[in-house]
Design a protein around this ligand. Structure first.
Ligand code: AP5
Ligand code: MG
Ligand code: ZN
Length: 220
């Protein structure tokens, strides 16, 4: 697989490390990173019509409707920066979204090269989410125990000193997000297995180790 032009999906439960690995892959491969959670949070922060529509749903830990998500993705994936490859983080999340993605890509004569499943057990996910924070300016992700900025209180990526925690990272919402993953998103595993593009990595390993496993798969 040509690592410079690759269409990847990162699949896994909340807190599995999708965003962390997508951030790494984006800078390594120079391809576009499409994180639907980040796109929706930006819409909420901007107060747009879309943001108003999805705010409550996200705060409850539920999935936004397939219609909204498919339209959002369709527009985004047509943009110029996706022509040399993309990493999907957080999409698709239902079988209906996966089917819509297949149609969208075949219309543009593209396909998914690889779906990487990050396997992490639920207990570890809760700990990861509880310690997560990110740069308020550029969104780079960190963790109280597993990934502190190199210089305390200063973002590695952009030098900003303000950080924030996610609204939906409260313990009671996290269990709803995990539920939604097991019920609505896990059926994507057999869906992509049948297509022969699913590869699993041990997401319980430390961050660098997970990165090395992914590099091994995409030939980096
Ligand atoms: P989204 O933002 O996609 O959230 P999520 O899937 O719940 O995943 P997270 O972002 O919580 O986890 P992650 O896998 O990115 O982990 P991270 O790398 O941060 O979606 C949010 C909401 O938006 C949804 O609930 C839904 O409402 C809506 N939505 C989005 N897309 C949708 C769609 N397609 N359809 C419908 N609704 C949609 O890692 C977690 C922490 O652990 C970090 O602090 C990190 O530093 C640390 N860490 C990462 N890897 C490791 C490791 N290997 N070891 C130790 N620590 C690690
Ligand atoms: Mg994420
Ligand atoms: Zn930053």
């Amino acid at each position: 697989m040509n690592p410079r032009k690759v269409n990847l999906i990162l699949l896994g439960p909340p807190g599995a490390g999708k965003g962390t690995q997508a951030q790494y892959l984006q800078s390594k491969l120079g391809v576009a990173k499409l994180s639907t959670g980040d796109m929706l949070r930006a819409a909420v922060a901007s107060g747009s019509a879309l943001g108003k529509q999805v705010q409550d749903i996200m705060a409850k830990g539920q999935l936004v409707s397939d219609d909204i998500m498919v339209n959002l993705l369709r527009e985004r994936i047509r943009q110029a920066d996706c022509q040399n490859g993309f990493i999907l983080d957080g999409f698709p999340r239902t079988v209906a979204q996966a089917e819509a993605l297949d149609v969208m890509l075949s219309e543009e004569k593209k396909h998914i090269d690889c779906v990487i499943e990050l396997k992490v057990d639920d207990k570890q996910l809760v700990e990861r989410i509880a310690g997560r924070f990110s740069c308020a300016k550029c969104g780079a992700g960190y963790h109280d125990n597993f990934k502190q900025p190199k210089k305390s209180g200063v973002c590695d990526e952009c030098g900003a000193t303000e950080f924030s925690r996610r609204e939906d990272d409260k313990a009671e919402t996290v269990s709803k997000r995990l539920d939604a993953y097991h019920r609505q998103t896990a059926p994507l595993l057999p869906y992509y297995q049948k297509k022969g593009v699913l590869k699993g990595v041990d997401g319980m390993a430390d961050i660098g180790d997970v990165t090395r496993q992914i590099d091994g798969i995409i030939g980096g």
